[in-house]
Design a protein around this ligand. Structure first.
Ligand SMILES: [Zn+2]
Length: 716
């Protein structure tokens, strides 16, 4: 039960929704046999997974890119003076086929992939990147947008439309539209190369994690693990041709869940090393050369775009706006986090002493002994908690129930819609007045053809302009129980489920005209706020009592256990915050390289120096992700953006403080949050939007208090 409040998800963005490429083969695109060519006729225009074949994707990408190019050309060639309708609204309406194709393709490549899909992905990534560039670097299109932007003061536009003008203008400038042609050509080349390398990184990492699973020969080596997990490890080994042995799969993060239970220190060390070196084995899955090149490309891109470093360029459209603001923010958290981690280390060393373990405290000891500290100090045993967290009840009586209490929405399962894998379920969402408003898909169990971590995505984005309602998916990696057993979750898993559903709420309450500003299309340092905010309800006593029932006895979770869970919420937060800050600083350091710096040639040395230089090198608290498996920053758009989780965490605790000040779980409170935050997408300045809800600027104090890094109520 580490990190109750730090469930981190990778918030996926669709592979860029635009593209150039070769000319369409017109003879081959009108036979009607490709379901992606036409808008889906299913409810909510959801994806016809039962009809789409893998061979449909490449033709759909080709046709989608060509169609969008034609649409863009007709905007550019329109002889009329550029105006909001003929330029920006027209852009918002363009690229439908490509959007549909991307949505379906991303669903499969992220959650149910295979070699063939990965090959298509690697082939398409540079094409899509180039296509995107051909739009965002189109000089004539930029000129039109710039003309409208310069007239903005005098235009009679509603606030969302004004925001759209500013959004497009900034996006075009950031993408290099205002650069001289020679620089644009260079930039396009770099973008294509980066897209290829990022995709390769993701696929290397998936392969590295799979190949890096720890295989041991005997049950004894897994001593301490619950029987069910040993049994699952035995089955996993069988599936990968290690019959008679035991296999532990690797999770995304540095620390591995089993490290909490494994009493054999040698096995713990092996498992940690398997995790730490997963992508540094000198084989085809070693990501280090890839990283060096991506970092160099980003440094060069920043120079071309006129910025001192990549972070300065990347942060301009975020709430934080500058690297200085990010570093100042992180700097305010580091001392409190390190002090708490040091105190936690003392507790752990004391337990080691008691057990006559005289070895130095290593990262692979931390979770094992901290679990003992927890039991001693907090008397909370994970295995005592799990029977109360049955997946189905957590979803329906917890996650859905809280949403009903706060926002008035209700849910009904639909078994008539196609899914991409048998474990996926679909629910229809109804508003407080019974209006059908959205579809919600969930795909909760771990598979080895699924990316690690958890995320939310839109299959269909809400837009009044396009007459679309949201279709949303949540994907997680919970352990699938063996046949006939209920799916029991850890409290971490429970929190993850609430977290991802917070993103889902942000998407399904969206009420925007323009798809580019809809729902979760907000800056990265804001997008995790609704999700992390939603985690708070997992521990709300009304909600908890409603979903946490023992699967054998039906007994509601005892109050004593609830208290223990709540007390334990501040446990280990020094460690959790420190590993997070180390990763955030590592990310910033890679993206603060400027053209004056000499080329980085050694990933591991750079990493060590970056951690030491920033005061976040602690021998027993490694970064949550190491450079070589830091998927967020090399492939998933969180470059110079990992801090965003903590930034958004400041906002989520601060927003929850507002709820506490105003009576907590109440419909009127939920309605206010829905009206002023969740339904607004990116239609207003986010800092102003938040301030209007809260009535003042966000404070860092609730974050520090909630994590137990400072005593409650002592610091302003
Ligand atoms: Zn998230």
């Amino acid at each position: 039960m580490k990190q109750h409040f730090t469930t981190l998800c990778i918030f996926l963005t669709l592979i860029s929704c635009n593209m150039p490429g070769k000319a369409p083969d017109k003879t081959n695109t009108t036979d009607g046999s490709n379901p992606l060519f036409e808008e889906s006729t299913l409810p909510y225009q959801t994806i016809p997974f039962d009809k789409i074949k893998e061979s449909d994707f490449e033709p759909a990408f080709e046709k989608g890119m060509a169609a969008e190019m034609e649409e863009v050309d007709s905007i550019v060639n329109n002889p009329a003076a550029p105006d909001f309708e003929n330029t920006l609204v027209a852009l918002e309406k363009s690229g439908r086929l490509l959007h549909r194709t991307n949505a379906a393709f991303n669903a499969l490549t992220s959650a149910n992939t295979n070699d063939n899909l990965q090959q298509i992905q690697e082939a398409m990534a540079p094409r899509l990147s180039a296509h995107r560039d051909s739009i965002y670097m189109n000089a004539r299109l930029y000129q039109k947008i710039d003309t409208i932007y310069k007239q903005l003061k005098n235009l009679r536009l509603d606030p969302e439309s004004r925001r759209l003008v500013e959004y497009y203008h900034q996006k075009f400038v950031m993408n290099g539209a205002a650069l001289p042609e020679a620089a644009k050509t260079q930039l396009k080349k770099l973008n294509e190369e980066e897209a290829t390398l990022s995709t390769k990184f993701g696929n290397q990492l998936l392969a590295a994690a799979k190949a890096g699973a720890l295989v041991v020969n005997s049950r004894e080596e897994l001593a301490g693990l619950p029987d069910a997990e040993i049994q699952a490890a035995g089955e996993a080994a069988k599936h990968s041709n290690h019959e008679g042995k035991y296999q532990l799969a690797l999770s995304n993060t540095t620390q591995q869940p089993a490290l909490q239970s494994l009493s054999n220190r040698v096995t713990r060390h092996q498992l940690f090393e398997a995790s730490w070196t997963r992508a540094e084995k000198g084989d085809s899955n070693d990501t280090r050369n890839n990283i060096l090149r991506i970092a160099a490309i980003r440094k060069e891109k920043a120079r071309l775009l006129g910025f001192p470093d990549y972070a300065a360029w990347k942060l301009q459209d975020q709430m934080a706006k500058t690297p200085e603001a990010v570093n100042a923010f992180l700097g305010r958290l580091i001392p409190a986090a390190l002090a708490k981690a040091a105190a936690e280390a003392e507790d752990i060393k004391a337990v080691k002493m008691q057990e006559k373990d005289t070895t130095a405290l290593e990262p692979y000891d931390w979770d094992f002994y901290s679990e003992k500290v927890r039991k001693a100090k907090y008397d909370l045993d994970e295995s005592a908690v799990k029977p109360y967290f049955v997946l189905d009840s957590v979803l329906k009586n917890g996650v859905f129930y809280a949403a009903t209490q706060l926002y008035g929405i209700t849910f009904k399962e639909r078994t008539d819609l196609p899914v991409y894998q048998e474990d996926v379920k679909v629910y229809e969402v109804f508003d407080k007045d019974g209006t059908a408003m959205a579809l919600f898909y969930c795909d909760y169990f771990k598979r080895d053809n699924k990316n690690g971590g958890a995320w939310m995505d839109n299959f269909v984005t809400q837009s009044k302009l396009l007459h679309t309602k949201p279709v949303i998916v949540n994907v997680c990696n919970f352990a699938k129980p063996v046949q006939g057993q209920p799916a029991l979750l850890s409290f971490d898993d429970v929190t993850t489920m609430f977290h991802e559903f917070g993103h889902a709420l942000h998407g399904l309450f969206a009420s925007q005209t323009y798809p580019s500003l809809s729902g979760t299309s907000v800056s990265r340092d804001f997008v995790e706020m609704p999700s992390q905010f939603n985690e708070h309800w997992a521990l709300d006593s009304t909600v908890l009592k409603n979903y946490a029932r023992n699967y054998k006895t039906g007994e509601t979770i005892p109050q004593a256990l609830v208290n223990k869970i709540r007390n334990a919420a501040t446990f280990n937060q020094g460690y959790a915050m420190t590993e997070l800050l180390a990763a955030a600083k590592l990310d910033m350091q890679w993206h603060l390289l400027s053209s004056g710096d000499s080329a980085v040639t050694d990933v591991d040395r750079f990493e060590q120096e970056a951690l030491r230089k920033n005061g976040v090198y602690v021998s027993y608290v490694p970064p949550r992700y190491r450079s070589s498996y830091f998927l967020h920053i090399w492939a998933n758009g969180y470059s110079a953006g990992y801090y965003a989780y903590s930034w958004a965490e400041m906002l989520d605790h601060d927003a929850y403080a507002w709820f506490k000040e105003n009576g907590g779980l109440k419909r009127e409170n939920g309605q206010r949050f829905r009206d002023m935050i969740l339904s607004k997408g990116n239609s207003e300045d986010l800092a102003a939007m938040y301030k209007a809800f809260r009535g003042k600027e966000p404070s860092i104090t609730p974050l520090l208090e909630n994590r137990g890094l400072i005593p409650s109520g002592n610091l302003k």
